[in-house]
Write a protein that binds this ligand. Structure first.
Ligand code: AGP
Length: 586
């Protein structure tokens, strides 16, 4: 969470360029933004709360500057709490992603020494710490010593009005350095720098970099010199733009048929290889958070149904408490779109300590999870910029579906199903079908609660559908296993309560339709997502029977419903309140 962007250059740049860089990182947090530039021997700062939108910056041109877009952890969303944070003399400016876990004790110590704090953040402590160390040593050593004093998983970038260098260090969240022409850029993500740099250095944890006329890479805690290994990065402008779409969320939903086709055509070898590893393992565990966890859960059903193999899964944040049974023969398959989710990283680190094997299925190359894994599979879904995950979910489901079939020796069958799935999604994305979904969105606009039920492999679809509706439209939505209704939730159904029912043509059909009738008998309004219409349905969205691939298609109807509901209610579906695309704090 939080986006960091900065540069140090032989040439002057408009300060507005920092704001443009930050805009590309706003998916990481958009509570407030701030920019600091070095002008002669002074630091000038401008900050504002809310998304950047059309904000302009009034700072002068500079050859050294830093910016930050915040997802608040410590202290409310105020201008004072927005980064960059300064020391007492306003010589040091700091931007930060992570949590300084011992900031309270450090703040106490520094206050006793006379430092004055103006924000409620943990970050400000770092500026004062550097100020304190600078009393007795140079800038690089001061930052190193300050960084060694803080605890937690952090990425910090510092500038000093009396130096022509930017220094960055990290133990947690990502930082990437872009090498330009007589200049260096630093950012939380290569997206932020790819238009200026062809070569990049992805900082590893416990590394520190000093950027000025040249680049120095140092190891932490000691500061020994390391030789940087640069990687080529590519700038694909079209991926960063919404094109003809009003929002990234809609664009990304529309990209899904092509993603299914790509996976069906290009993943055979990788998937068959992974299948062999699962067969050899003594216990396979799927680990993911949020939407990725629901993909894990769907995977567990697909594995049971198709491959007749049991896999374990739990939400990643709970997996830390279930690590005791891991052995060197265990196989952990981590699913994460962003590669940065702390709730996924922590269990992987624990699994690594137990010598378990880790395979990452991710959408981003080169970040933390990618490096932790023994082997990696890329989703190939292209950058997902809307906070609500859509296409990455479908890519994960497609890979898991192919994997389950490949373990049964029937990968070709999965390929055919994915192609059929792509075709059916295209039908759902047609204007005529979209109108039906928009009509249901209008019906739901005034509703406060929605329940979504499914059974078997459609149960994860119900959970994911509820998450999509909640996160972008702020309607209270709950996904429930159909069989669980009578064990409590049915008490919430009253006249007019909307309930979405996933009723595919599989072994769950009769039971889920009985559940739908029970809801209707209590006045609930039923929105049926099924291969055939029924008198129980007040609203009906057809999803053709695609056997095991039906789950890939049925969720698209609700992705669209959530999207239209958000737009109808006047919300920005790409940047829902309180959320961020990369969840890098616990
Ligand atoms: C999905 O719509 C959410 N924004 C969220 O649940 C997300 O899937 C979760 O935070 C996991 O992210 P990851 O795939 O990047 O690890």
């Amino acid at each position: 969470m939080c986006g960091i962007y900065g540069f140090v250059s032989e040439n002057t740049h408009q300060a507005g360029e920092i704001l443009e860089g930050l805009k590309l990182l706003e998916y990481r947090g958009y509570d407030s933004w701030g920019v600091a530039v070095k002008i002669k021997k002074q630091i000038k700062v401008e900050k504002s709360i809310g998304k950047i939108g059309n904000d302009k910056i009034h700072l002068p041109q500079t050859n050294l500057g830093l910016g930050h877009t915040r997802w608040a952890t410590h202290g409310g969303v105020t201008v004072k709490n927005a980064h960059p944070h300064l020391d007492c003399k306003k010589n040091i400016a700091v931007v930060h992603n992570g949590i300084i876990e011992n900031y309270r004790e450090l703040k106490k110590e520094l206050s006793k020494k006379g430092h004055k704090f103006i924000s409620e953040t943990d970050t400000e402590v770092f500026a004062h710490l550097v100020e304190e160390f600078l009393k007795k040593e140079g800038f690089t050593t001061a930052v190193k010593d300050a960084f060694n004093k803080i605890r937690g998983l952090n990425a910090i970038v510092v500038m000093n009005s009396l130096s022509s260098e930017i220094i960055a260090a990290k133990t947690g969240s990502p930082l990437v350095v872009g090498v330009g022409n007589e200049e260096f850029f630093i950012s939380s993500d290569s997206l932020g720098i790819a238009q200026h740099a062809k070569k990049a250095l992805f900082l590893k944890d416990n590394e520190m970099v000093v950027l000025g006329k040249d680049i120095q890479l140092l190891s932490l805690p000691k500061g020994a010199r390391l030789s940087p290994k640069f990687e080529e990065i590519e700038y694909i402008q079209s991926l960063e733009e919404k094109g003809k779409y009003q929002h990234f969320m809609l664009k990304e939903i529309m990209e899904q048929p092509a993603i299914l086709e790509n996976i069906s055509q290009n993943y055979q070898v990788t998937i068959q290889d992974l299948g062999k590893k699962i067969k050899k393992a003594f216990g396979t565990y799927f680990v993911g958070a949020g939407t990725a966890y629901y993909a894990c859960l769907a995977g567990a059903y697909l594995f049971s149904k198709i491959a007749k193999v049991h896999v374990n899964t739990e939400p990643a944040s709970e997996f830390n408490y279930l690590e005791d049974f891991l052995t060197p023969k265990s196989l952990i398959i981590a699913l994460s779109q962003s590669e940065e989710t702390i709730d996924v990283i922590e269990p992987l680190q624990r699994a690594k300590k137990r010598n378990s094997k880790i395979i990452a299925i991710t959408n981003v190359q080169g970040s933390t999870i990618y490096r932790l894994a023994n082997e990696k599979i890329l989703l190939g879904a292209g950058p997902e910029k809307a906070v609500a995950s859509t296409k990455a979910y479908l890519a994960k489901l497609s890979i898991l579906l192919m994997l389950a079939f490949s373990m049964k020796g029937q990968i070709k069958q999965a390929e055919t199903l994915l192609i059929k799935g792509a075709k059916e999604i295209r039908r759902i994305l047609s204007p005529k079908y979209l109108k039906k979904i928009q009509k249901i969105a209008r019906f739901l606009k005034s509703k406060e609660h929605v329940f979504i039920i499914g059974r078997g492999v459609s149960y994860p679809s119900a959970l994911e559908a509820a998450l999509k509706i909640r996160e972008v439209s702020y309607v209270h939505a709950e996904g429930i296993a159909g069989g669980e209704l009578k064990h409590g939730p049915i008490a919430l159904i009253e006249k007019g309560t909307p309930c979405i029912v996933f009723a595919p043509n599989d072994e769950t059909y009769n039971a889920i339709m009985s559940n739908a009738m029970e809801i209707r008998a209590r006045g609930g309004i039923i929105i049926g997502i099924s291969f055939r219409d029924s008198e129980v349905f007040d609203h009906y969205l057809e999803v053709k029977d695609l056997k095991e691939a039906t789950i890939l298609v049925q969720i698209v109807t609700i992705q669209l419903l959530a999207y239209y509901l958000a737009v109808l209610k006047g919300y920005d579906p790409d940047r829902p309140r309180n959320l961020a695309k990369s969840v890098t704090v616990r």
